[in-house]
Design a protein around this ligand. Structure first.
Ligand code: LMR
Ligand code: MG
Length: 388
């Protein structure tokens, strides 16, 4: 079987907050009539420049056309040579490799008539505990809006939340106070996520201030790639520390500096299912915990994570992917499902990722390229349309 054609389609899908994320849908055709689909999820992150999709298609054709899709290791090696790791959390090369790697997994599993989870080690869990994100407060008046989000989502079964913090500590505190007094033990706060906005000492002061409320872990409480800073924070803080993995060098340095307790691993930020499995294995070998992070994928990207999570032996903390609940639309006929705060893994009876494209929806949300329009750094950092 050989890859005979590649198609890239760009869609711009708004979230319920109004923020629009642009994604690239990948289709790989073969000479045997099968098509694998993948998602390069959410290019709407810093840095504030855009990949040229026309050019990208040509680069990928050079790498992929004529290859046997089962040569996943070889293809990943060539993808990494062309789109190298850059030690930056939102490196767009990782997003590109992720979409191709997902499509290869979908294709190979379909060729074998099995699900992707069964291709990569089988199923340890059929559902994955996830938490709902509360985006970062910048203004006091956002506290009431976010408490209303908890009210609505709790009624849908989401009992665990993660809170982006660090720009307005009075508002962060008022939110946690509101959650405690209105919902008590019905709601769990999984993490405070500083998103690398503060140096470790400022993050430590903020964490101490917010520690009168209960939360399970602190994420990204130092600037990017400050391995010593994370270590200092970790030694001084009472809570476990989690950090995203965005390159193998960075993961190695975090292990060497004993920087974290928990690795936050997601295919999008490490460049695909293949690389995410490697990062999870490194976490296991290093005796660290593991959870699945997210950029907030559509259903194809989320399904890839569900299959990955299903097969991981060391997924021992609550994970993050809730994208299909945040966007106002999706581009598949059978979106992934959530039940009582769990992401359900598509069944063994559904070959590949278990997703089918809906071209009516794709046409509705198709955009011509990944260009930015008007959007500020604040909006990108805090995933908001708020212009103040
Ligand atoms: C999102 O898009 O909501 C997240 O990826 C934001 C982040 O970087 O945690
Ligand atoms: Mg995070």
């Amino acid at each position: 079987m050989k890859i005979s054609e590649i198609r890239l389609t760009v869609v711009g899908i708004p979230r319920s907050t109004g923020f629009v994320s642009k994604h690239v849908i990948v289709e790989l055709d073969t000479d045997e009539g099968l098509t694998g689909i993948g998602e390069m999820s959410d290019f709407s992150h810093l840095p504030h420049y855009a990949v040229d999709v026309f050019d990208l298609k040509h680069s990928l054709e050079d790498i992929l056309l004529g290859k046997n899709p089962f040569d996943i290791s070889l293809i990943n090696k060539e993808l990494t040579a062309n789109f190298p790791e850059a030690n930056f959390y939102y490196e767009k090369g990782n997003f590109i490799r992720n979409g191709v790697d997902a499509a290869l997994h979908d294709l190979c599993a379909k060729a074998l008539n099995i699900s992707v989870a069964d291709l990569i080690g089988g199923r340890i869990q059929e559902k994955i505990k996830v938490c709902f994100p509360i985006f970062r407060h910048r203004f006091m008046e956002e506290v009431e809006e976010n408490l209303a989000v908890v009210r609505t989502r709790l009624a849908q079964g989401f009992d665990t939340y993660r809170l982006y913090v660090g720009k307005n500590l009075d508002a962060d505190e008022a939110f946690l106070d509101g959650v405690k007094s209105e919902f008590g033990s019905k709601v769990t706060i999984k993490s405070l996520d500083f998103s690398h906005l503060l140096d470790w000492k400022s993050a430590l002061q903020a964490t101490k201030r917010l520690s009168k409320y209960e939360f399970q872990m602190v994420e990204s409480p130092a600037v990017q790639n400050d391995f010593d800073g994370l270590h200092h924070f970790r030694i001084k803080a009472d809570h476990p520390v989690s950090e995203h993995v965005w390159s193998f060098r960075q993961q190695y340095e975090m292990i060497r500096h004993d920087s974290v307790d928990i690795f936050n691993i997601s295919p999008i930020f490490i460049g695909g299912i293949t690389s995410a499995r490697k990062a999870a294995a490194a976490a296991e070998v290093a005796g660290k915990g593991c959870l699945m992070g997210t950029t907030q994928e559509l259903s194809i990207g989320t399904a890839a994570m569900a299959h990955l999570g299903s097969s991981l032996v060391n997924l021992n903390y609550t994970s993050d992917p809730t994208g299909p609940e945040l966007y106002i639309a999706d581009i598949v006929k059978n979106p992934v499902k959530y039940e009582n705060g769990y992401l359900l893994v598509p069944g063994r009876d559904r070959p590949g990722l278990g997703m089918e494209l809906d071209w009516n929806l794709i046409e509705q949300y198709r955009v011509k390229d990944l260009s930015w329009g008007q959007v500020s750094v604040h909006q990108l950092q805090d995933r908001t349309t708020q212009t103040k």
